[in-house]
Ligand binder design. Structure first.
Ligand code: ATP
Ligand code: MG
Length: 472
């Protein structure tokens, strides 16, 4: 069963009008909270995750347009409708620029408001549905922003596609920067829960004392500073997905409480005795080895099994180096999009990477994985300052120095053909030059010995050296 009840915040300072509208909305199946000022509305926004806000534009104190902007900033998915007075179309337009979906003019019939509301909700639904369909039609090797078509990634995408439709708890593991959050989001956006929220909570980013309240919410006076009631992330994720990042850092007490949520799907707000039931799908992620933490007694074994229903291990980038050219292209495109209309730069979509720079990128072992690659590319584009090619000199020093371990290793991992083709002669020449260089290094510059190492005549080596030496 899907719960389609919309939680609506109604902001209007004229009490009789507000109450009349609220009653009618409740009759039509909305769950309604009322506020008589922008300030009161802000307090309620901190407390609940609303689906819809309907606000008068003229309010005492904080005005409706600023309120709408604050609400949309906080919940980008919220639908905001404003109520305008006679002859204030300009204000309505301003509110729309600040994030409102639509407006109704005062005085209005309730049916008019309901019509605007229903069509906004329907359009929002279609919009998410279209985004979903578009994502499905996207290039085969892409699953909502997960780039990669190497063997390990193909396997991962297949797994993600299979499990997205289920309600099972998922544990994503992987080194830092391997894309744990990207994968979690994509699972949500490809699941039947995509119409509801994806709520992320990074367990290591919040002090232990606040984490519990953040997760479960609290009631007024539950602890010093708890000035009002507040919904926790669990409640906000109702019908949607809760992403618990860095779950390995949770305290023993909190682990216990989380276990109960996973077993019973119920909990209490901090300082409250009322039990709240939720329907959430939990996706947890960690870059620590939970089995080791379990063995060391740092992590509850029963919780580990509850979380690890479907394990999704993400491969480190060094184990899928043939994805690097594709990722580089994707990251360059992403930079272009972020930089649309910038002056002084050649269209970034045209930026390419030289063969040699790509070789270094593929030789490096990427301890920081895709995030590190992303940073390197962004830096290279900045260093390139408008040039249309990224070269070795634009890369961070440690990557400039990266060398392919050995030809045999390079060949056994498969020499790949970049998407936009390559210059075979240059590539082979590069390999020759590299090996001759290495054999000279090993023999202390003795050309005779170096030639023997490569099973060449000395004269051949000398001749190759002349031909291959890079133009200084
Ligand atoms: N397969 C991928 N395709 C495209 N972009 C990716 C991919 N994997 C990671 N990224 C990008 O790399 C960056 C890091 O990804 P993300 O934040 O998901 O990693 P993480 O595993 O959660 O890292 P951490 O453990 O440090 O939190 C993001 O900007 C993300 O967009
Ligand atoms: Mg992360």
């Amino acid at each position: 069963m899907t719960d389609t009840t919309k939680h609506l915040l109604l902001v209007e300072d004229e009490a009789p009008l507000r109450q009349a509208v609220a009653h009618q909305l409740i009759d039509r199946g909305y769950r309604v909270e009322q506020a008589d000022s922008g300030e009161r509305a802000m307090a309620l926004l901190a407390e609940f995750a609303f689906d819809v806000i309907v606000s008068d534009l003229r309010l005492p104190g904080m005005d409706g347009a600023s309120l709408v902007q604050a609400a949309v900033d906080r919940y980008p998915e919220i639908i905001a409708i404003v109520i305008t007075g006679y002859g204030t179309v300009k204000d309505a337009v301003d509110a729309i620029k600040r994030g409102a979906w639509d407006f109704v003019n005062k005085p209005f019939q309730i049916d008019e408001l309901l019509h605007v509301l229903e069509s906004a909700i329907e359009q929002r639904r279609l919009k998410s549905e279209n985004a979903y369909l578009r994502a499905q039609l996207d290039q085969r090797y892409r699953f909502d922003g997960i780039v990669g078509k190497s063997r390990p990634m193909a396997r991962l995408l297949q797994l993600v596609e299979t499990i997205a439709g289920t309600n099972s708890t998922i544990l994503i593991t992987g080194e830092t920067g391997t894309g744990k959050e990207v994968v979690a989001r994509s699972i949500h956006h490809n699941s039947p829960r995509r119409m509801n929220r994806f709520v992320a909570l990074n367990c290591s980013a919040i002090p232990e004392t606040l984490l519990e309240a953040e997760l479960f919410g609290h009631v007024r006076g539950a602890f010093t500073g708890a000035s009002g009631n507040r919904q926790g992330r669990l409640e906000q994720a109702h019908k949607g997905t809760l992403f618990l990042d860095e779950v390995g850092t949770m305290s023993a007490a909190l682990q216990m409480k989380l276990l109960r949520v996973l077993q019973e799907r119920e909990f209490e707000r901090v300082g409250d005795s009322n039990t709240i039931k939720v329907d959430v799908r939990v996706i947890a992620a960690t870059n620590s080895d939970l089995t080791k933490l379990v063995a060391e007694g740092e992590f509850r074994e029963d919780l580990f099994y509850r979380l690890n229903v479907i394990p999704v291990p993400l491969p480190p980038l060094r184990e899928r180096k043939d994805d690097i050219p594709l990722l580089v292209r994707h990251l360059l495109d992403k930079l272009t999009a972020a930089d649309d209309g910038a002056v002084g730069h050649a269209a970034r979509a045209d930026i390419t990477v030289t063969q040699e720079a790509m070789r270094r990128l593929m030789a490096y072992n990427w301890p920081g994985n895709v995030r590190q690659l992303e940073n390197a590319i962004e830096r290279a584009v900045a260093f390139g300052a408008g040039r249309s090619q990224i070269d070795v000199g634009d890369l961070p020093p440690e990557i400039q120095e990266a060398k392919e371990p050995a030809l045999s290793a390079a060949v056994s991992s498969g020499v790949l053909l970049p998407e936009d083709g390559m210059n075979l002669d240059m590539f082979i020449a590069g390999i020759e030059r590299d090996l001759i260089q290495r054999s000279l290094e090993r023999t202390g510059g003795n050309k005779g010995k170096a030639a023997r190492l490569l099973n060449l005549k000395r004269t051949t080596l000398v001749e190759k050296l002349k031909r291959l030496s890079p133009p200084e």
